[in-house]
Ligand binder design. Structure first.
Ligand SMILES: Nc1nc2c(ncn2[C@@H]2O[C@H](COP(=O)(O)OP(=O)(O)OP(=O)(O)O)[C@@H](O)[C@H]2O)c(=O)[nH]1
Ligand SMILES: [Mg+2]
Length: 443
């Protein structure tokens, strides 16, 4: 096994940068660059020198984690150097000049940790999410997964399933003990029913985990000149989208990430909906419609100046949920007619109603992506639990467990295999590359 090395901190200027080295030559790297092997897991201050020229490069804190007590389970060395581009590049070059060391691939440290049993697959995914987390809800959920929450839930389900399967198999192995067999099968069936209820409850958690992870998708839609781009800029607090009095200014859908009370939102400004536009604008409108369909919530904007009608072209039924928002109310002054059709009335110019809109969005976020971290947070988890649910349903569909015991056992075994995929115990080769490819180098 080759030794791998990489800069683990983000590139650019920083007070400190960390280089990580993992594999059999990690100890060699420390000896050659710093002249010694420090006491395991104690930081030591040391001058790093190039292994061949012995020219000093930087003074660093060095750490030594002999196998198996390290992140990867291999010998690991960490160098905390000054965080400049030239320093980190020179130290990395020196490390790579040590025999047997090569640059790490993206996600390779974590992959080795997984292969050495330091992390299960759900924890690996949690780690990737933890690094990517932008909001508090994302961080909490990611940490719960990294920390073994999904593994613990999976382990619980697995233990009951193993138990039920053992009861079923016992009646196959000891077919003569009829009384015992009948009550064991009844027991097993009750356990499987209970298990299936739990699995179904997780599956019907309506994608909350994914919403926390990926952010709630809010589409800003409406006719041209309604003030969609102006609202996006106001909510983002910066000039993201071009605003102009010309109808049909926005063509490409523009995304802005927003953190409201710890919940992630992805706001999309879309092209104004209208008929008879030119081909480029029509493409923009097509994209707008697809964002409307994919959104968790649509803010449908209409200017207070325009007649309050929904764009006839727009099929409101395509959106999951719509809030009608009247815009540019500053143009109406105080004699603005009251109208309950609109959930919000705003002016991006005067700031009227913006705070209420934000508070309402934050409340929506808490309702749909708040609460405890979810167990299923990726499509992959959902597929695994769907397979498990299907296997359990099929076992319960067997009418006579005493007669078709072997078939029941087979279904339960299929369920176990599905569950094993959640934590990567079985049949994982296909998903490994997908999971690890989301990491960057040095993780
Ligand atoms: N008085 C007033 N003018 C506004 C307000 N919001 C937007 N406008 C003006 O309305 C015009 C259209 O605004 P945009 O934000 O570009 O409208 P849009 O809905 O993105 O339009 P398209 O991209 O063409 O679909 C611009 O001249 C804005 O300055 C507002 O709250 N008050
Ligand atoms: Mg626009």
């Amino acid at each position: 096994m080759k030794t791998i090395a990489a800069i683990s901190t983000a590139p650019g200027m920083a007070g400190v940068a960390v280089l990580r080295i993992s594999g059999p030559a990690a100890g060699d790297v420390l000896r050659k660059l710093s002249g010694r092997l420090p006491k395991p897991r104690f930081a030591a201050l040391s001058t790093l020198r190039h292994p061949v020229s012995t020219e000093p490069i930087d003074s660093a804190l060095i750490l030594w984690f002999p196998a198996p007590h390290s992140f990867t389970g291999e010998d690991v060395a960490e160098l905390q150097v000054h965080g400049g581009r030239a320093v980190t590049a020179a130290v990395l070059r020196a490390v790579l000049d040590v025999e047997g060391v090569r640059p790490a691939e993206p996600g390779e440290f974590t992959r080795r940790a997984f292969e050495n049993g330091k992390l299960d697959l759900a924890a690996v995914e949690g780690l990737a999410d933890l690094i990517a987390a932008e909001t508090e809800a994302q961080r909490r959920q990611a940490y719960a997964h990294y920390d073994g929450k999904i593994a613990a839930v999976g382990e619980g389900l697995r233990a009951s399933l193993v138990n039920a399967l053992a009861l079923v198999e016992a009646t196959i192995d000891f077919p003569d003990e009829d009384d015992v067999g009948a009550s064991a099968l009844a027991d097993a069936r009750r356990q499987v029913e209970d298990l299936d209820r739990q699995v179904l409850a997780l599956l019907t958690d309506s994608g909350r985990g994914e919403r926390i992870r990926d952010g709630l998708r809010i589409a800003i839609a409406g006719p041209p000149n309604a003030g969609k781009s102006t609202l996006l800029n106001t909510l983002a607090g910066r000039d993201v989208a071009i605003v102009s009095p010309l109808a049909g200014t926005t063509r490409d859908a523009l995304e802005v990430h927003l953190d409201l009370d710890g919940v992630a939102f992805v706001l999309t400004d879309t092209a104004g909906l209208r008929a008879g536009a030119d081909p480029i604008e029509r493409e923009g409108i097509r994209r707008a419609r697809s964002h409307i369909r994919a959104a968790d919530l649509v803010l449908f904007l209409q200017s207070a100046e325009a007649e309050a009608v929904i764009d006839p072209d727009w099929d409101a039924s395509q959106a999951v949920k719509v809030w009608h928002v009247q815009t540019q109310v500053d143009r109406f002054g105080s004699d603005m007619p009251s109208d309950t059709f609109f959930r919000h009335r705003i002016s991006a110019i005067d700031g009227i109603g913006i705070r209420d809109l934000l508070a309402d969005l934050a409340r929506y976020g808490r309702d749909h992506a708040g609460g405890e971290p979810a167990v299923l947070v990726r499509e992959r988890h959902r597929l695994v639990f769907n397979d498990l649910h299907q296997a359990l349903t099929e076992s319960l569909a067997v009418g006579d467990w005493a007669r078709d015991t072997e078939l029941v056992a087979e279904n339960l075994r299929t369920g176990l295999i599905a569950l094993g995929r959640a934590t990567g115990r079985v049949d994982v080769e296909a998903v490994l590359d997908v999971v690890f490819s989301s990491f960057c180098i040095g993780k």
